[in-house]
Design a protein around this ligand. Structure first.
Ligand code: C2E
Ligand code: MG
Ligand code: MG
Length: 693
C-alpha cells in the first residue's frame, strides 16, 4: 500500500489562494536570504569555511532538520524541527547572514535525504529565514548598536534581548505556518493558532532557551557542543511521546484514521466556524460486502482491506475534510465546508467510485461498495449528535433501498423531536448504565421443567421511571444506537449466562436482536469473541429475531442469519403469527424455535379463531421438527389448552414475570426441582401455586 503522505503532497493548485500565499512568502523569504548575504565578506566566508566550529554547527542543523519534534496538522508545511536551537545559536554567535545561510543549506541537504516536495522545502527555508530576520532585528534594536551581522557573546544582562528575539522568532514562524495550514485546510487562522499554540510554544521555549547556552559553550569549549544532543533528544522524546499518546486516544489503530472522539471534536470545531451560506456535511459510510471477505478469507485480509478502504477514502476528499473510522466497517467523512446538497452528493459519489475500483489481495479481486448517508448543517441538524443521527437515518435508507447514496429527508424520518430527545437520553443511559436485563423463564408444558430464560431489557430513566423496551427499542432501531444497545445486551447476557453456567445453573439464555442488527456485519464476530471470553458453548445462548424480518430483503437476512447460526448459536423466530410469512420461508431459515405471539395466545380461551390459529401454528412447527413456545400465558386455562394442543413450551406471568438477575438466580435455584409429568393436564391450584411461589 502506498504511503498516504505521498500522493497528497502534489502541491497547491497554481493560482489558488494557498499557492499565492506560498509564492509570496517564498519570494520575500528568498529575497531576504539573498540580501542578507551582502553582509558576509569573502574573507569572512573563507574564515568560516576553515572553522571546525562552523561545520559542527552546520552538521547539527542538518541533523536537527531530519525529524520534526511536532508534526504540523497539515502535510503541506513542516512541523517544529530541533534545528531551531542551533539556527538560533548561529544567529546569536555569527549574526543573521550566516544563520540563515546555514539554515537554508541544512534544509536543502535534508530535503535531498528525505525527498520532501520542493514547495515545502522552499516554504520552510523562506519562513525560517523570515523568523530569523525578525529575531535579528529585535536583537539589533534592543542592543541599539551593531548591524544584524555582528557576532555576539551573550551575557546575563542580555537575557531580555534574547528572550524577546526568541518571541519574535516564534511569532513570525507560528503566523507564517498557521497561515499556510489555514489556507490548506480552509480553516480560520485563529482556530489553527489556538489548536497548535500550546504544544508549539512549550517546544520552542525549550529549544530556543538552550541556544544561548550553546553559544556560551561554543565560545569556551567548542568540543562540548555535541553534548547538547542529549537534552535535545530528551525534548524530542518527551514531545514525541506525549504527541503519540494524544494520537492514540484520538485515532484508530488499524487504519490510523481519526476515531469517533476526534470526529466529534472536528465536527464541533467545524460547526463553530461555519460561515453563513456554507454548510457542514457529515457522511456516514457503511461497506456493503465486507462481511463476505472477512468470513471467507479471515481477519488479516479483512484488516488489509479496511486499510485500503481508509487509504482510498482519504485520497478522495479535499484537504481539511476528515475521514474517520467509527468501528467495524463503518466510516464517517466530515466536510467542514460544502456548498449545498448537490456538492455533498458529489463527494459521496466520488467516495463510492474510489471504493468500487477492484481490490487485488491474496491473488483475488474484490469488489467493494458502500452505502452513504448524508446530513447537512444547518439544514438538517444544529449539532453533532443530531447530524450523526440523521446521516444514519439516511444511510439506513440507502442500504435498505440499495440506492447507494441518500441525503437526509425529514419526511422519511420517523423520529419526532420527543423521540430524538429520548434517543439522546438513551445514549447517555448506555454510558451511565441505567439499563438492566431482566430474565423470564420458559417452561416445558409437559414436565413443568424450566427450559431456559429470555433476557428482556429494562431502562430505569432518572426522571421518567421505568421505560419498557416496546417504547425505546423500535426508536433505537432507527438509529446507530441500536448497535450499542445490542452490544450492551449481548455483553450483559453473556456475563450473566457465564455466571449461571459456572455455578451449575445450565440455563440457555435467549437474547432478542433486532432486524437492524442483521445489517451489522460485526455482530457474529462480537458474539464469537464473547462466547470465547466467557468460556461458554454456543448453545448457552439463543438469539430471537422477529418473524417480520422474513418480510424484508430475503437474500440479505438469509446471509446474516446464516453467519450467526454458523457459530452454532440456535435461533428462535419471535412474535410468530404477526408477519404472515410463508411456510416456504420458514423452512429455509435455520431456526430451532418458534415463539407464538402473545396476541393470539392470550385469546385462545375466548376466540375459536385464535385457538385455531395457534393450533395450526403448533402443528406446523412440530411438522417442521421445531419447538413451539407460547408467549404471554397469563391463565391456567390457556396453559391447559396449549398443553392439549401439544405446544412444547410456555412463557408468561402465570409462571413467572421477568425478574432482575439476582431474583432470577434465586428463582432458578429454587425451581431446579424434579419434573412433574403431565404438569398442566393435571393442573390443580396447588401445583400452580407451588410453581408461582
Ligand atoms: P418479546 O421478545 O416478544 O418479549 C416478550 C414480551 O412479553 C416481554 O415484554 C415480556 O415482558 C412480555 N410478557 C411476558 N409474559 C407476559 C404475560 O404473561 N402477559 C403479557 N401481557 N406480557 C408478557 P417486554 O419486556 O416489554 O419486551 C417487549 C419487546 O421488546 C420484546 O418482545 C422484544 O421484542 C423487545 N425487547 C426486549 N428486550 C430486548 C432486547 O434486549 N433487545 C431487543 N432488540 N429487543 C428487546
Ligand atoms: Mg423475544
Ligand atoms: Mg415475542
Amino acid at each position: 500500500m502506498a504511503d498516504p503522505n505521498d500522493t497528497r503532497d502534489t502541491g497547491p493548485r497554481a493560482g489558488s489562494p494557498l499557492w499565492a500565499y506560498l509564492a509570496t512568502v517564498i519570494t520575500i523569504g528568498f529575497s531576504t536570504l539573498v540580501l542578507a548575504q551582502w553582509w558576509i565578506s569573502p574573507s569572512e566566508m573563507a574564515d568560516l569555511a576553515h572553522s571546525p566550529l562552523f561545520w559542527m554547527l552546520a552538521v547539527l542543523v542538518v541533523l536537527g532538520d531530519l525529524r520534526p519534534v511536532l508534526l504540523s496538522s497539515s502535510v503541506t508545511v513542516g512541523g517544529t524541527y530541533p534545528s531551531a536551537m542551533f539556527t538560533f545559536a548561529a544567529l546569536l554567535h555569527y549574526g543573521l547572514p550566516v544563520a540563515v545561510l546555514m539554515q537554508a543549506v541544512g534544509m536543502i541537504v535534508n530535503s535531498a535525504v528525505t525527498r520532501k516536495a520542493w514547495h515545502r522545502v522552499m516554504f520552510n527555508i523562506a519562513q525560517t529565514t523570515l523568523a530569523c530576520s525578525a529575531a535579528g532585528v529585535v536583537l539589533a534594536l534592543i542592543r541599539g548598536g551593531p548591524a544584524p551581522d555582528a557576532s555576539w557573546v551573550p551575557r546575563g544582562p542580555d537575557l531580555l534581548a534574547i528572550g524577546l528575539a526568541g518571541v519574535a522568532y516564534f511569532v513570525v514562524r507560528g503566523l507564517l505556518v498557521s497561515g499556510a495550514v489555514a489556507l490548506h485546510e480552509r480553516r480560520s487562522i485563529s482556530r489553527v493558532i489556538r489548536t497548535t499554540i500550546g504544544h508549539q510554544s512549550l517546544v520552542y521555549a525549550g529549544l530556543l532557551g538552550m541556544s544561548p547556552l550553546v553559544v556560551v559553550v561554543m565560545n569556551h569549549s567548542p568540543a562540548l557542543v555535541p553534548l547538547f544532543i542529549a537534552p535535545l533528544a530528551a525534548v524530542y522524546i518527551t514531545a514525541t511521546m506525549s504527541l503519540r499518546r494524544d494520537h492514540q486516544a484520538t485515532h484508530d489503530v488499524l487504519t490510523g484514521l481519526p476515531n469517533r472522539k476526534m470526529l466529534v471534536f472536528s465536527t464541533q470545531e467545524a460547526l463553530a466556524e461555519a460561515r453563513t451560506g456554507e454548510r457542514v456535511g457529515l457522511l456516514l459510510l457503511d461497506l456493503d460486502r465486507f462481511k463476505e471477505v472477512n468470513d471467507t478469507l479471515g481477519h488479516p485480509v479483512g484488516d488489509r482491506l479496511l486499510q485500503i478502504v481508509a487509504h482510498r477514502l482519504t485520497h478522495s476528499v479535499r484537504p481539511g475534510d476528515v475521514v474517520a473510522r467509527l468501528g467495524g466497517d463503518e466510516f464517517a467523512v466530515l466536510l467542514p465546508s460544502v456548498r449545498d446538497d448537490g456538492a455533498a452528493r458529489e463527494v459521496a459519489a466520488r467516495l463510492r467510485v474510489a471504493l468500487t475500483q477492484p481490490v487485488r489481495l491474496e491473488g483475488m479481486a474484490f469488489d467493494l461498495d458502500a452505502s452513504v448517508g448524508i446530513a447537512l448543517h444547518p439544514d438538517h441538524a444544529p449539532d453533532f449528535e443530531l447530524l450523526m443521527q440523521r446521516a444514519d437515518v439516511a444511510m439506513y435508507l440507502a442500504k435498505e433501498g440499495r440506492t447507494g447514496v441518500e441525503i437526509y429527508v425529514a419526511d422519511k424520518d420517523r423520529n419526532s423531536p420527543e423521540r430524538l430527545n429520548l434517543i439522546g437520553d438513551l445514549r447517555r443511559a448506555i454510558d451511565r448504565s441505567e439499563l438492566r436485563l431482566h430474565y423470564q423463564p420458559k417452561f416445558d408444558l409437559a414436565s413443568g421443567q424450566v427450559r431456559g430464560v429470555e433476557a428482556l431489557l429494562r431502562w430505569r430513566h432518572p426522571e421518567r421511571g421505568m421505560i419498557s423496551p416496546g417504547e425505546f427499542v423500535p426508536m433505537a432501531e432507527q438509529s446507530y444506537l441500536m448497535r450499542h444497545l445490542t452490544q450492551y445486551v449481548i455483553d450483559a447476557a453473556l456475563e450473566q449466562t457465564a455466571h449461571w453456567w459456572h455455578t451449575g445453573l445450565h440455563e440457555q439464555v435467549s437474547v432478542n436482536i433486532s432486524a437492524r442488527d442483521l445489517l451489522d456485519s460485526a455482530l457474529p464476530d462480537r458474539l464469537e469473541a464473547g462466547l470465547a471470553q466467557y468460556r461458554l458453548p454456543p448453545k448457552a445462548i439463543q438469539l430471537e429475531v422477529t418473524e417480520r424480518i422474513l418480510m424484508t430483503d430475503q437474500a440479505y437476512t438469509a446471509d446474516a442469519v446464516r453467519a450467526l447460526t454458523s457459530l452454532g448459536v440456535p435461533l428462535a423466530l419471535d412474535d410468530f403469527g404477526t408477519g404472515y410469512s410463508s411456510l416456504v420461508r420458514l423452512q429455509r431459515l435455520p431456526v430451532s424455535e418458534v415463539k407464538i405471539d402473545s396476541s393470539f395466545v392470550r385469546r385462545i380461551g375466548e376466540s375459536k379463531d385464535d385457538e385455531r390459529i395457534v393450533r395450526s401454528i403448533v402443528d406446523l412447527v412440530r411438522s417442521l421438527g421445531l419447538r413451539s413456545v407460547a408467549e404471554g400465558v397469563e391463565s391456567a386455562d390457556v396453559a391447559t389448552r396449549l398443553t392439549r394442543m401439544g405446544c412444547d413450551l410456555a412463557q408468561g406471568w402465570l409462571f413467572a414475570e421477568p425478574m432482575s438477575a439476582a431474583d432470577a438466580t434465586a428463582w432458578l435455584r429454587k425451581h431446579r426441582a424434579p419434573a412433574t409429568p403431565g404438569f398442566y393436564l393435571l393442573s390443580s391450584a396447588e401445583v400452580l401455586d407451588s410453581q408461582r411461589a
